[in-house]
Write a protein of this length. Structure first.
Length: 355
């Protein structure tokens, strides 16, 4: 089998880990982004998914056998999310079509498939947990559904197979990423240590007490790579989480312990990170300057609005992975280890200070 991969969104939290995974497995890898940068073993492809001419020029002669889509743009409304993100995929498939080389396309979406878009997040009639792939779509407009529809239409037209991957909140490293809880909590904990603040849970009582799960970017990458070359995984949608469950009333203290700070027992009062971190830009800039960190702009590292959305949900969120398990995917990571591995990487890369 030809194994020439195009990773779309290679600079993101999902794409960069996936590119590293494919390189390690011996794939020839091309990484597409507006500013792809340099990664070992990855040929950069600079292109704007919203510019068909630019995209066509950039992809000419690459002829990928497998395409992995991890890119999306957040707009002000869900209607705009649908229009823009569907157009990006349509442009991508149009640009790839003339070569006729694509055998499989893997698309990463997420649990908003079951929870609804940001405008209706966790509201209305939701499927029962744990979320399963056969629960189908909600009766609400959702840009994930628009992305899937573009994928399915192109697969029918061009004859390639597909897979859809739905992670929960993704743990991984990415500078400039719009949704990054692990990195956000690392920055917040570092500031708490610097200022002597208590490490206060920002979310809801339900999230504090309920079982939940998360997805390490390495687990998502492993499932996408597996599905791309596994015949029984073709034309299937898959949930993907680490394989364990936990409660935040345990994990919060585990994270605090790693940073050597004091976590406060949750008293039921929601204290969103957007409020707790509202004035932290200057503090972070000072920390970065003192320790010579690689990024002094807190907005390039932390996304408190996204962490608040996840941690403030009024419902339990647990994900079933039986479908891919039955087909042979056996990946597993303990979520506390996923956090700790990320924190170690952030320290090693000079993104957060040494201990």
């Amino acid at each position: 089998m030809t194994k020439r991969a195009l990773v779309v969104g290679v600079t993101g939290i999902q794409g960069n880990t996936l590119a590293d995974k494919l390189v390690a497995e011996g794939w020839e890898v091309f990484g597409l982004a507006r500013t792809p940068g340099d990664r070992d073993g990855v040929t950069p492809v600079a292109a704007d998914l919203l510019d068909p001419d630019d995209l066509g020029r950039a992809l000419q002669g690459i002829d990928p056998s497998h395409v992995f889509v991890t890119a999306w743009l957040r707009m002000k409304t869900e209607a705009e999310n649908i229009r823009v993100n569907a157009q990006m995929l349509r442009n991508l498939f149009d640009a790839l079509r003339p070569a006729g080389s694509v055998q499989h396309v893997a698309l990463a979406t997420g649990l908003k498939h079951y929870l609804g878009p940001f405008e209706a997040y966790g509201k209305g009639t939701l499927p029962k947990t744990p979320f399963r792939e056969d629960q189908g779509r909600l009766e609400v407009e959702n840009f994930y559904y628009a992305q899937e529809d573009e994928l399915f239409a192109a697969a029918r037209q061009d004859g390639f197979t597909w897979s859809v991957h739905r992670p929960h909140t993704v743990i991984g490293k990415a500078v400039g990423n719009a949704m990054n809880m692990g990195q956000t909590l690392a920055v917040h904990a570092t500031i708490c240590k610097e200022t002597g603040r208590k490490f206060r849970f920002p979310g809801s009582q339900v999230q504090w007490d309920s079982l939940t799960d998360m997805t390490d970017a390495r687990q998502l990458a492993a499932q996408m790579a597996w599905a791309a070359v596994t015949p029984q995984a073709q034309n299937q949608d898959f949930n993907v989480v680490n394989g364990d469950v936990f409660r935040w009333n345990w994990m919060w203290f585990r994270i605090a312990g790693w940073f050597g700070i004091e976590a406060e027992e949750f008293d039921g009062t929601e204290r969103p990170l957007q409020e707790q971190m509202a004035d932290d830009a200057a503090i972070w800039a000072q920390i970065a300057a003192r320790h010579g960190l690689v990024e002094s702009d807190i907005t390039r590292l932390a996304s408190p609005w996204h962490s608040d959305a996840d941690l403030g949900r009024p419902i339990e969120v647990v994900t079933d992975m039986s479908k891919s398990r039955r087909l042979g995917f056996t990946g597993y990571l303990a979520t506390d280890d996923a956090f700790f591995d990320l924190f170690e990487q952030l320290r090693a890369d000079g993104i957060i200070p040494p201990a």
